[in-house]
Design a protein around this ligand. Structure first.
Ligand SMILES: Cc1cc2nc3c(=O)[nH]c(=O)nc-3n(C[C@H](O)[C@H](O)[C@H](O)COP(=O)(O)OP(=O)(O)OC[C@H]3O[C@@H](n4cnc5c(N)ncnc54)[C@H](O)[C@@H]3O)c2cc1C
Length: 378
């Protein structure tokens, strides 16, 4: 019997298990396959809230809070585990190639500047080339955001697994959860391929599969998989410095000799293979921004399933009507960015019952009164 049982070993489950255990709770973490083997290792690892969120509001605030956690969180993880996570907060460019795009970028820049964020609007060729010499001469303008960046998410996942192990989290990889156990109206753990696992608190962190998991209790939350197809090329001979976003793709120069380029957003259920059409759209989407990519050596392509919710916001907090059960999921395009804040705020809820900061993200927004009442009667 653990204090907390975390179901799903992607970036969210690993970060949460580590945080809960650092706070002195006994934690069990289960993963049906390998640690981080789904969306979390498929990601590009960008940490870019100002690029990702189109307007001020709770998502941007959540993203900025999480970005601010990153330097200390990553440094502590590196020190604790002895592993490198290749955090790089050295800036990114969002580029306009025509007048329409420039107008949209300018509008975004103006509200971001007004809100006090550190951003610059570059329109001179020389300014653009200073930030990124390999940027196409067709670039008309860009928002330059000097403090956003990226991390090596696969190395981060490895560090988190080590951190959980060192912290004493009970880790079960290859353990499939097949049911949620209820006793006296309270969730008391799960049924799994390893047998019953019991805990005071059960937390669903199973990414694109979170909806299926809650359906086991008859609870419907709108989480669906959105496939991302993505690729890596060699950076040999292409000394890119800066992350570049365009309307048709992004280019992330990693510290490990790769440039990660992506990504599609297509809905094909739980299929995550790479299609020729998907790969073509990724390649064609990025080459206009950095012509040197035409000669890049192709390394690999892969796909992953982003957990998307109906309103684009994650689900964080208790599942109404089911004591002992909560969820941290639905992080869609930004689960790597949002992992430290998710872990901290969820741990605040599980440790101290704090839900105030979770208000915009509570699962209750999707769950009708009748569903909850029905269960309470049952
Ligand atoms: C192509 C692509 C690019 C992306 N780029 C970025 C980016 O640059 N920056 C960013 O912040 N985010 C990015 N994302 C989004 C990010 O990857 C996700 O939001 C994040 O990984 C979600 O993490 P998770 O732990 O919730 O889900 P997952 O990593 O999918 O983990 C859920 C885990 O639950 C397990 N599970 C499911 N069912 C069961 C069961 N029955 N029993 C046991 N275990 C189970 C699964 O096997 C899985 O490992 C990208 C995603 C994709 C696909």
């Amino acid at each position: 019997m653990s204090d907390c049982l975390v179901v799903g070993g992607g970036i969210i489950g690993l970060s949460l298990a580590y945080e809960l255990s650092r706070r002195g709770m006994s934690v069990t973490l289960v993963e049906q396959d390998e640690w981080g083997g789904q969306a979390s290792s498929a990601a590009a690892g960008m940490l870019a809230p100002l690029k990702e969120f189109a307007a001020p509001g709770p998502m941007l605030d959540l993203g900025m809070t999480s970005l601010a956690c990153y330097p200390q969180w990553a440094a502590e993880l590196e020190e604790f585990t002895g592993g490198d996570v290749q955090l790089s907060l050295e800036g990114l460019l969002t580029v306009a190639l025509n007048d329409d795009e420039q107008e949209q970028l300018l509008a975004k820049y103006l509200w971001q500047k007004e809100a006090g964020y550190s951003v610059h609007f570059l329109t001179e060729r020389q300014q653009l080339a200073e930030v990124e010499p390999l940027l196409t001469e067709q670039a008309q303008a860009a928002i330059y955001s000097p403090y956003e960046g990226h991390i090596n998410n696969r190395m981060l996942l490895r560090a988190l697994v080590t951190a959980c192990r060192l912290q004493g989290v009970v880790l079960h990889a290859g353990c499939v959860v097949s049911g949620i156990a209820v006793k006296g109206g309270r969730v008391v753990g799960v049924e799994s391929s390893l047998g019953p696992l019991r805990a005071t608190q059960t937390i669903i962190t199973s990414g694109a599969w979170a909806g299926i998991m809650l359906e086991m209790l008859g609870v419907s939350v709108p989480v669906r998989p959105v496939r991302g197809q993505i690729a890596a090329v060699s950076s040999a001979g292409i000394p890119l410095r800066t992350v570049i976003f365009g309307t048709s793709g992004y280019i992330t120069p990693k510290k490990d000799g790769k440039i990660v380029i992506g990504a599609t957003e297509d809905e094909s259920g739980f299929q995550r293979e790479v299609t020729l059409a998907g790969l073509a759209s990724v390649l064609n989407g990025v080459m206009p921004y950095v012509p040197a990519l035409h000669s890049a050596a192709f390394l690999e392509a892969w796909g992953g399933l982003r957990p998307a919710t109906a309103d684009g916001k994650p689900l964080l907090g208790p599942v109404p009507g089911w004591d002992g059960l909560s969820i941290a999921g639905g992080h869609f395009r930004n689960g790597i960015l949002l992992s430290p804040v998710t872990a901290k705020w969820m741990a605040d809820y599980l440790e101290k019952g704090e839900t105030e900061r979770l208000t915009p993200f509570l699962p209750s927004r999707f769950l009708a009164e009748t569903d909850q009442a029905q269960h309470k009667m049952g």
